[in-house]
Design a binder for this molecule. Structure first.
Ligand SMILES: [Zn+2]
Length: 397
């Protein structure tokens, strides 16, 4: 430290009061006991982000010294509060105290010895969770979006999404959610990859023909993002396994193409209170909605019964434009991210319909049926018929 620096420090010491770590700890403990209405002291850590990341005092607010003048009034709007500042060794916090006084803060205090002495005294500190360097790079475009940010990325990494089917809808949805960093993806599918799948089921490829779709999807996802845990279920969803499998997930993406599974899933999701992001496609048309138990309608509110089998063309006859499940599956992925992050307006009680030939999106309001056998006033989602297997066509509204 040069002479000029020492002079500045001497001056700052005259102006700014100092507390030892023990004094600071006592004051914070007293405040803790006083309850949330009686919080006079605001603890501010003025170190750099990398120092904060290595550990900080519980309850501290992080305002790096370099941003102090710009951010402190947002962090501590009430200038009559006691602002207890700390850094690593007690020098930067002393200077910061002087700055706060100049800005009109009535009681700025610096903790002498800083975080180093606090730690050495065996006082409590927390180590915040941080993204690894690889994660920071991979998810940088999420970190730049305030509605996602680091906290949102952690939410996604901690989230669990189940895909019913690794087919036309599940392929793009799973691929994008893996890229977005949804930490655990469950995939249930008992089928194997066939050549006729590759026209739309982009998570598979030629070399996977004959492999289980769930395993093929897992391989593609792990090549894209090794951060993601993929759990595969080589089985069909039925009454005996549905409750067990969906119990572990936050959101379920319905990519099924058969009615019995939709009814089965609907009832089990209501019982377990899990949101289902529903999608379906038919030739040039697709639709997507979110079934959020007891907040919006359920599948049975809309379609208490499947259409008669005679009116439903077989899957092979119906056909679908190859890209269409991509559009709908990606909309399902978007809705899922919104639910996981708690942002935006999910498609609860709204059916978004896409007509590829017309190039039009339309929306239909959907309402809960008070007489719904599953979620209605007198309904109960248990032991309801799940109907015989008929091939899928989107139910028309
Ligand atoms: Zn219902």
């Amino acid at each position: 430290m040069g002479d000029a620096s020492r002079a500045i420090m001497r001056q700052a010491r005259k102006q700014v009061s100092e507390w030892t770590p023990a004094q600071a700890n006592d004051a914070l403990a007293q405040q803790h006991e006083a309850g949330s209405d009686n919080q006079d002291i605001v603890l501010v850590d003025v170190r750099e982000k990398y120092e904060w990341n290595e550990g900080h005092i519980p309850g501290a607010v992080h305002v790096p010294r370099g941003f102090l003048e710009l951010q402190i009034e947002e962090a501590v709007p009430d200038k009559s509060k006691t602002v207890l500042l700390y850094c690593a060794g007690g020098v930067r916090s002393l200077m910061a105290g002087k700055t706060l006084q100049d800005m009109g803060y009535e009681n700025a205090i610096s903790m002498s010895g800083g975080f180093g002495q606090w730690k050495a005294a065996g006082l409590p500190f927390v180590q915040p969770r941080v993204l690894t360097d690889v994660q920071s790079k991979r998810y940088s475009r999420h970190l730049l979006v305030p509605e996602v940010g680091e906290a949102g990325q952690f939410k996604l990494l901690d989230s669990r999404v189940l895909f019913i089917g690794a087919g036309g809808l599940g392929s793009p949805a799973a691929y994008y959610l893996a890229a977005a960093g949804v930490g655990t993806l469950g995939i249930i599918d008992a089928d194997v990859v066939e050549e006729s799948n590759l026209q739309r089921q982009i998570i598979h490829n030629m070399s996977r023909i004959g492999q289980y779709k769930a395993e093929s999807a897992k391989q593609t996802i792990q090549e894209l993002n090794p951060d993601i845990k993929v759990i595969t279920y080589i089985e069909r969803l039925d009454e005996t396994n549905v409750a067990r499998i969906i119990a572990d997930y936050d959101v379920i993406i319905d990519g099924t193409d058969n009615f019995p599974t939709r009814y089965l899933l609907n009832d089990a999701a209501l019982l377990a209170n899990k949101p289902v992001v529903h999608g379906s496609v038919f030739r040039f048309e697709g639709q997507v909605t979110v079934f959020k138990p007891y907040e919006g309608p359920c599948y049975r509110c809309l379609y208490p019964e499947p259409p008669p089998a005679a009116l439903a063309p077989s899957c092979a006859e119906a056909g679908v434009l190859g890209v269409l499940p991509g559009v709908i599956g990606q909309l399902q992925a978007v809705e899922t991210l919104k639910l996981l992050l708690g942002i935006g307006d999910p498609l609860v009680g709204r059916l978004m319909m896409y007509d590829a030939l017309a190039g039009e999106f339309n929306e239909l309001r959907l309402f809960r049926d008070p007489n719904c056998p599953a979620c209605g006033e007198h309904g109960h989602p248990e032991n309801l018929p799940t109907y015989a297997d008929v091939c899928a066509v989107p139910a028309r509204s």
